[in-house]
Design a protein around this ligand. Structure first.
Ligand code: DC
Length: 224
């Protein structure tokens, strides 16, 4: 059991965990693991290299050799693939769906495991994902499962995309969210579910600050 502080936050897309994790990492001055970015970057590299999204062997090899790094840029984090900042290209719906698809493959998950564990460095780690508390860091002292209704999550995503000038419909986003949820929650390997010892927070009618405070309250009780 590692004694390096750790808070895992798992949940479906749109639950607010990305924002909450960034705020917590900044407030506590801890490291941040955005594990979804690893699955997205692998999917992006596979699409670029025209590797079939069900070819476990090639995808696992690609995962082991991926040259990924994350660099703070003042306001957020740049994601670099072989030195090129690909952050914006990872957030598209097609990369998200491809990431969800390859994330159901056992060999891919195993290939990314050591890379994720290596993020647990002093003074502490905020780990954001789907299986942080169940598979990657089962000994984490603080585990959160952040959820929200699919309708609320679709609305949040709609507002984000509209702000960026995209012409999208809530109905289409809702159906994409439900499709991805279904795949993430029902896959055989490391399905999205709360760890038995996780605190489940429903963020449907909470502000980001309220969620952050709930996590900090639990952390204050559990961490020495
Ligand atoms: O959090 P995100 O939307 O960036 O994640 C993209 C996809 O990656 C998501 O649909 C499921 C997968 N994923 C996963 O299976 N396990 C993780 N720990 C993180 C993401």
């Amino acid at each position: 059991m590692s004694h390096i502080n750790l808070i895992t936050i798992d949940g479906p897309s749109g639950s607010g965990k990305g924002t909450v994790c960034h705020i917590l990492a900044k407030k506590l001055n801890w490291n941040l693991l955005d594990s979804g970015a690893l699955y997205r970057i692998l999917a992006f590299a596979a699409l670029q290299e025209k590797i079939s999204l069900d070819d476990q062997e090639k995808l696992a090899k690609l995962a082991l050799n991926l040259q990924v790094s994350f660099k703070s840029n003042g306001t957020g984090v740049d994601t670099l693939l072989a030195g090129e900042n690909v952050g914006d290209k990872l957030r598209t719906e097609s990369v998200g769906q491809a990431a969800s698809q390859i994330a159901s493959l056992q060999a891919v998950r195993e290939a990314l495991l050591a890379r994720q564990k290596a993020f647990r460095q002093l003074p502490g780690l905020i780990a954001d994902g789907r299986d942080m508390g169940t598979v990657v860091f089962p000994d984490a002292p603080v585990k959160i499962f952040l959820d929200a209704s699919a309708e609320e999550r679709a609305l949040r995503r709609f507002n984000q995309l509209q702000d960026k000038g995209f012409d999208v419909s809530v109905a289409q986003i809702l159906s994409e969210i439900k499709e991805r949820d279904y795949r993430d929650r029902n896959r055989v390997v490391a399905p999205l579910r709360p760890a038995d010892d996780a605190l489940v927070i429903d963020s449907t009618s909470l502000t980001i600050d309220e969620v952050v405070n709930k996590v900090l309250e639990l952390a204050a009780k559990k961490l020495t």
